[in-house]
Design a protein around this ligand. Structure first.
Ligand SMILES: Cc1cc2nc3c(=O)[nH]c(=O)nc-3n(C[C@H](O)[C@H](O)[C@H](O)COP(=O)(O)OP(=O)(O)OC[C@H]3O[C@@H](n4cnc5c(N)ncnc54)[C@H](O)[C@@H]3O)c2cc1C
Length: 287
């Protein structure tokens, strides 16, 4: 059992971990990759940089700094999060347990420009299987996505729905060990159509798939996907936090790009520090 699990190894997550490690609490960081910084050619406007530095290099220095303080940093993709007196963080490989969790997962990916997706949100289009599977008992649904996160959502749906189809929108299915009763359609999607509620997925080859619901799980679980799973409030693609980085779920904190506002390293580091300190207090209050 960890005191705190941080999801994300960008500036926000690393900054939080520095405080947690120095407070002598057991801290695990789970990060899929180097996040937004890896895309930044050079960073020039962050404190203490004598010369412009490649974003990737700055990210790597941060991770080494955390490791040197005793923080465990692993490279895995988080696909789910659950709570039952403590938090359970599920990755593609296994499950980890902690007293508190900090979401530092950066900004959400772009929603694919598929006609009907926005229009039918809440009317058949869902972003959270564990939240909404119940509404599709005995019904036919599709999961839009082609990776491990999509498979995680499919596994949540299988016991509840009558049929689930993985729709990859023209991409190859990347899941090797999938259950035999999951059909995969690798065609490109033209639109999600219906009347008051979703009725069909229309493909670019003029074929159709009849569905009662479409669950969106493209790429990796984003910050708001993970927050929604555990009942924390989100606003658009941002996680709602108070001035001390508390989400609406006790023991769950968020910091950095995933809370919106200024999308810069300085703000991610400041919010990470606050989230780290608040998580320390929360864990101590439970002892
Ligand atoms: C091209 C570009 C240039 C930029 N230039 C500047 C600049 O000059 N100055 C500046 O201050 N800022 C700049 N930024 C912004 C800066 O990079 C971000 O504000 C900062 O990295 C945000 O930190 P973060 O920790 O919140 O998120 P990120 O750095 O994005 O880190 C998110 C972390 O979460 C992980 N993650 C996400 N989902 C999952 C999951 N499901 N499972 C496991 N891990 C997950 C990611 O792998 C990553 O480790 C730039 C950004 C870009 C894209």
């Amino acid at each position: 059992m960890y005191d705190v699990i941080i999801i994300g190894k960008g500036p926000a997550g690393i900054s939080a971990s520095l405080y947690i490690a120095r407070a002598n609490q057991k801290c695990l960081i789970i990060g899929k990759d180097l996040g937004a910084l890896a895309k930044a050619h050079t960073i020039q406007n962050y404190y203490g940089l004598e010369k412009p530095m490649e974003g990737k290099k700055l990210a790597e220095i941060g991770i080494e700094q955390a490791k040197n303080l005793g923080v465990e940093v692993i490279s895995e993709e988080v696909v789910g999060i659950d709570w039952n007196t403590t938090f359970f963080v599920k990755t593609v490989k296994q499950e980890y347990q902690a007293k508190a969790v900090i979401l530092a997962t950066g900004t959400e990916r772009v929603t694919p420009p598929i006609a009907g997706l926005k229009e039918y949100e809440g009317k058949g289009v869902s972003y959270c299987a564990v939240c909404d599977a119940f509404f599709y008992r005995g019904k036919e649904v599709a999961v839009l996505g082609n990776g491990e996160y999509a498979m995680h959502e499919i596994n949540e749906l299988i016991p509840v729905v009558s049929r689930v189809t993985m729709v990859t929108d023209g991409k190859p299915c990347l899941v090797e060990n999938r259950s035999e009763n999951v059909a995969v359609v690798e065609k490109e999607v033209r639109a999600i159509t219906g009347e008051e509620k979703v009725k069909e997925i229309d493909f670019k080859d003029d074929t159709k798939l009849k569905v009662d619901g479409v669950f969106v799980a493209i790429g990796t679980a984003s910050s708001s996907d993970l927050a929604r799973k555990i009942g924390a409030r989100v606003s658009g693609k941002n996680i709602v936090v108070d001035e001390n980085m508390h989400t609406t779920v006790p023991g769950l904190f968020a910091c950095g790009d995933c809370t919106g506002g200024l999308l810069q390293v300085a703000k991610a580091v400041e919010e990470g520090a606050k989230a780290g300190l608040e998580a320390i207090s929360y864990v101590r209050s439970k002892e």
